[in-house]
Ligand binder design. Sequence first.
Ligand code: SAM
Length: 216
Amino acid sequence: MPYSNEFGDYYYSKSDGRLECDHVFINGNDLKSRFSGAKCFVIGELGFGTGLNFLETLRQFKQYANNNAKLDFHSFEINPLSADTIQKALSIWPQLTDELSQFLAVLPNQFENSHILQIDENVTLHLHIGDVNATLPEQNFLADAWYLDGFAPARNESMWSMDLMIEIAKHTKEGGTFSSYTAAGWVRRNLMDAGFKVQKTKGFAGKRDMICGKKS
Ligand SMILES: C[S@@+](CC[C@H](N)C(=O)[O-])C[C@H]1O[C@@H](n2cnc3c(N)ncnc32)[C@H](O)[C@@H]1O
């Protein structure tokens, strides 16, 4: 189980991170049906971490999207993990074996400010390295869906601030969505003030609530 000493938190649910991704991020953004109708789909993610969310999304995109549909996945990460750490963490999921190999084949040994990794002819991973508060304002993509996956808000307030939620809204298409495993009141208020309609839904495993919503 990858754990950050710096932030005092786990990277994903101790119960099953892959199923958590399915519940919170894939279903929280209604991606199975949205993938099936999309020609080109853009996802933004706060916190690339081990890449588990990306690889599970890649697996489901291959399953639900049409053959020629494109996926652009933009993920923001301040402290990229090594290939060894990622491989060790994610190899417990046999469902992701193919996707993990595809990803490791293009992952650089050393990180620069940003990387555009061509996973296959349809899927592009844009890795933005650095503090997202500095790197997101420099980007000009508009996402169909956002995964808000910083560490717990109480442990990493800068990933959930009002200013950052405004940037998220600026980088979201009209009608675009977000989801997150946290339902902390101040995070919900920041998202609402930034221009999202926010809804509480059932959380994953032992968690009572999570949130999802739409730019209105
Ligand atoms: C909960 S983990 C993300 C888990 C990840 N989505 C996965 O699939 O493994 C949170 C991530 O946010 C990153 N992070 C924390 N603060 C950040 C910041 N200010 N800017 C960019 N990334 C940050 C951490 O290094 C960590 O990798």
